[in-house]
Design a protein around this ligand. Structure first.
Ligand code: PLP
Ligand code: ZN
Length: 412
């Protein structure tokens, strides 16, 4: 890890050498999530905006000097990252904001169809550099299917814990990728705790969100790409769906990296969007505290359905440090955003994947946008992962007899 100079606990602020802490802060325990620190002068020698413009590597590994890996190396042949950033004019028009410069970052276009591949790709390299035989993860579904996918591509063994209620498509992905899968009779939070215990007991490499400090480093590549795709002219606002808070924490970290490198004139405001039924971080935000009060979740957006956000401090600080805010949306608004995204832009998102957009729609309706901002919405997961929810977002199609007459009686 050439450019990594150490780790810092987000809770107590203590510094560690990389070999002094495998996962969380030894002093704070599981709550002491670590942040990876870089020697930015060293990074600058290996990475420049001009060099990037010429780099044919169209994956997250184009940013290798800013990642916690030994060298430019991709363990897996699969292409993770460099997903499309679409200009979404039809969507902006339909919101009644034709002057909005709206962009969609479609991370459903990753190998396992969610943003989680960015984190899994880095975890896979770290695990291999440490000689791990088995990688384990607990997940609401996407982190697991992502890990299983990348592991399958290189023959790495992995063990997966998901709630028994995970959407069938995500479980199907796990099984097709040949992972060792345990369907936990309980919630995601219970699956998480079981996986933590299993990692300690069996010495498995732990890819659990937040606990492993290198996952945010993978996730930050999404904002590095967005800024590069916008020719280093940062957006005004970035909408991010939030469950455990690892994505938004990673986005915040990516922005800090770019600022430290002197590549951004100003930072976008990060808008964290949570589902009403899983809004622990938004509630803490409103109360102005970093104290987290777990609440059992009730939302159909399974990927952001958590009782206890595992990356709370990074998630709250990413929003605070960029002058952003948290927004809460209902499941109905999430379904509406899925429909809007599909019908105006041809992008199919799972419920959590459309939650960032639901937050934008909410702010637009409340008249809280000027209407000329440059806005990026992260679409974090593909709609085929949860077809049952998609069908709730739309009216059913009529079934008809195979005759022109039957068709005619249905047309206006
Ligand atoms: C995991 C996930 C999220 C939320 O990410 P956190 O790091 O848990 O906040 C959002 N959308 C999708 C599709 C996800 O898989
Ligand atoms: Zn600590």
């Amino acid at each position: 890890m050439n450019q990594v100079i150490g780790l810092q606990c987000v809770r107590c602020g203590r510094h560690y050498r990389v070999d002094e802490a495998a996962y969380t802060c030894p002093a704070c325990g599981d709550q002491g999530i670590l942040d990876v620190l870089y020697d930015y002068d060293g990074v600058r020698k290996r990475l420049s905006r001009e060099g990037l413009a010429r780099n044919p590597e169209r994956t997250i590994w184009r940013y290798a000097p800013l990642l916690p890996v030994e060298e430019v190396r991709r363990a897996s042949p699969l292409n993770v990252g460099w997903t499309p950033l679409y200009r979404a004019s039809r969507l902006a028009d339909s919101l009644g904001l034709p002057g909005l410069e709206l962009w969609l970052k479609d991370d459903g276009r990753n190998p396992s169809a969610s943003l989680k591949d960015r984190a899994s790709a880095v975890a896979l390299v770290r695990a291999r550099e440490e000689g791990a035989e088995v990688i384990a993860a607990a997940s609401t579904g996407n982190a697991a299917s992502s890990l299983a996918c990348l592991c399958a591509s290189v023959g790495q063994r992995c063990v997966i814990f998901v709630p028994e209620q995970a959407p069938p498509a995500k479980v199907a992905q796990l099984l097709i990728f040949g992972a060792r899968v345990f369907l936990v009779r309980g919630s995601y939070d219970q699956a998480f705790d079981l996986c933590m215990e299993a990692c300690r007991t069996y010495g498995w490499y732990n890819r659990n969100t937040a606990v492993n400090p290198y996952l945010s480093e993978g996730k930050k590549t999404v904002i590095l790409e967005v800024c590069e795709q916008l020719r280093w002219e940062a957006p005004d606002l970035v909408f991010v769906p939030v469950g455990d808070g690892c994505i938004i924490g990673g986005v915040g970290k990516g922005l800090r990296d770019l600022q430290a490198l002197g590549w951004l004139e100003r930072l976008p405001r990060l808008i964290g969007v949570q589902a009403e039924g899983s809004s622990v971080l938004a509630r803490a935000w409103v109360r102005g505290t970093e104290e987290i009060v777990p609440v059992p979740p009730t939302t159909l957006a399974d990927s952001i359905s958590v009782a206890q956000p595992r990356d709370a401090l990074k998630a709250l600080r990413a929003v605070r440090d960029t002058g952003g805010e948290y927004v809460v949306v209902s499941d109905g608004e999430i379904l509406e955003a899925m429909r809007l995204l599909g019908q105006t832009q041809g992008v199919f998102a799972e419920p959590a994947g459309a939650t960032g957009l639901a937050g934008l729609v909410r702010m637009a309706r409340e008249g809280r946008l000027r209407g000329d901002e440059r806005v990026v919405v992260l679409v974090t997961g593909n709609g085929l992962k949860d077809v049952a929810s998609a069908l709730k977002a739309v009216p059913p199609a009529p079934a008809i007899e195979p005759t022109l007459e039957a068709l005619r009686s249905r047309l206006p």
